[in-house]
Design a protein around this ligand. Structure first.
Ligand SMILES: [Fe+2]
Ligand SMILES: [Fe+2]
Length: 328
C-alpha cells in the first residue's frame, strides 16, 4: 500500500560516490523541469539506491498488507461484503506485482527482493504488524489505512522515477475504491446497533493510537540528506505534512458519525494545523526492527507461501521456457 510511510533507521546515504558533476547537473536540471527519469537514463548511485528501497518497501507493504484483511474473507458478515473484500485483497496483491516490476527496472530481481523480505532484511509498513481482531478492524483498515495510503501515494505519483509514477497512477484509482468500501463498512457499523458501535469504537481506538499516528513516520529531521531526496523528487512531502493532511481530511468524517478518537489533545488550531499527542516513537522503531505484535506471524505466512508455491513457479517457468524453443 504505502511509499514513504516507513523509515529505516539506517536510511542514511551510502559513502558518497563522486558522481560526474556534469551528468549530475543535467540529471538535477531534468528533474527540476519536471521530466521523468527512465530505467536506461543516467542516474546517481544514491538515487538508484533510494528509489529502489522505496519501491521495494512499498511492494512488500502491499503483499504483507493483504494478510490481516485476507484472514477476514471467510468471516465477512454478508456475501456483498465478502465479494468487496476479496476484490480489495486481490487488488493489493496486484499492486505488489506492479511495484516489484517497477523495482526490477533498477536492477534487483524479484527473487532477491522476496528473499530479503522473508529473511527480515527488508522493511515494510509497520501498520500491518498489528492484528485485525474483529470485523470492525476491517472497516477501519479499509477506511483509514487506505486513506493514509492515498495521501502518501498521490504525493509519490508526482515523483521523478517514471516506472514508479506510472504504477502509482493505476494503484491510486484502485485505492479510491478501497477507501469507499472501507468507509461504507465503517458507516454501516457506526449507524448500527449499540454492540456494532462498541465494536467499531474499540477497533478505532486500537488502530488510531499508535498505528495510524505512526503511519507517516516521525517528523523529519531537516537534514542535507532529506533536502536532497526532496530535490530529486524521491521524497515528495514531509512526514508531518502528510500526517496533517490526513488528519484534516479524515478526523471530521469520524467525528461527524459520533465516534471518538483516543487522544484528548486532538484539536484543530485556528491556523488550520492540528495538535495531537505524540505517539511512542521508540515503539515505532521497535516494530520496524521486527518486534511488533504480528511481525513473526506475517513473515511466517510469506515464507510458507514462498516455499509451498515454489513448484508452481518452477512448473510455469519450465513451460514458458519450452514454448520459447522454436519448432524443430
Ligand atoms: Fe494497495
Ligand atoms: Fe488499498
Amino acid at each position: 500500500m504505502y511509499g514513504n510511510a516507513y523509515i529505516e533507521p539506517d536510511a542514511k546515504p551510502v559513502a558518497t560516490i563522486d558522481e560526474d558533476p556534469e551528468k549530475l547537473a543535467e540529471f538535477e536540471a531534468r528533474i527540476a523541469r519536471g521530466e521523468k527519469i527512465e530505467p536506461d537514463d543516467w542516474m546517481p548511485a544514491e538515487y538508484r539506491r533510494q528509489v529502489l528501497r522505496m519501491i521495494e518497501q512499498h511492494a512488500h507493504s502491499e503483499i504483507i498488507g493483504a494478510l490481516p484483511e485476507g484472514t477476514w474473507i471467510t468471516r465477512a458478515p454478508t456475501l456483498r461484503r465478502k465479494l468487496a473484500l476479496i476484490a480489495k485483497v486481490q487488488d493489493e496483491v496486484g499492486h505488489g506485482h506492479l511495484l516489484y516490476s517497477a523495482a526490477e527496472t533498477l536492477g534487483k530481481t524479484r527473487e532477491a527482493m522476496i528473499n530479503d523480505l522473508i529473511n527480515g532484511k527488508s522493511k515494510y509498513s509497520n501498520i500491518f504488524n498489528y492484528p485485525a481482531k474483529s470485523w470492525a478492524d476491517i472497516a477501519v483498515i479499509g477506511f483509514l489505512v487506505d486513506a493514509g495510503a492515498i495521501v502518501n501515494q498521490l504525493a509519490n505519483a508526482k515523483g521523478s522515477y517514471g516506472p514508479y509514477c506510472r504504477a502509482l497512477e493505476r494503484i491510486c484509482y484502485e485505492e479510491s475504491f478501497h477507501l469507499k468500501q472501507g468507509y461504507d463498512a465503517f458507516v454501516a457499523l457506526a449507524v448500527g446497533t449499540p454492540a456494532q458501535r462498541a465494536m467499531l469504537q474499540d477497533a478505532l481506538n486500537r488502530w488510531w493510537f499508535p498505528p495510524m499516528m505512526h503511519f507517516f513516520g516521525p517528523p523529519d529531521t531537516i537534514s542535507v540528506h532529506t533536502e536532497k531526496l526532496m530535490r530529486w523528487k524521491v521524497k515528495m512531502a514531509r512526514n508531518e505534512e502528510m500526517r496533517q493532511d490526513f488528519i484534516e481530511q479524515y478526523v471530521p468524517k469520524i467525528w461527524e458519525l459520533g465516534m471518538t478518537l483516543p487522544d484528548p489533545a486532538l484539536k484543530r488550531n485556528e491556523d488550520g494545523t492540528w495538535e495531537y499527542t505524540q505517539p511512542d516513537w521508540d515503539e515505532f522503531f521497535r516494530v520496524i526492527n521486527g518486534d511488533g505484535p504480528c511481525n513473526k506471524e506475517r513473515l511466517a505466512v510469506r515464507r510458507y507461501a514462498e516455499e509451498n508455491g515454489r513448484w508452481v513457479r518452477e512448473a510455469m517457468m519450465n513451460t514458458a521456457m519450452k514454448r520459447m524453443v522454436p519448432y524443430a
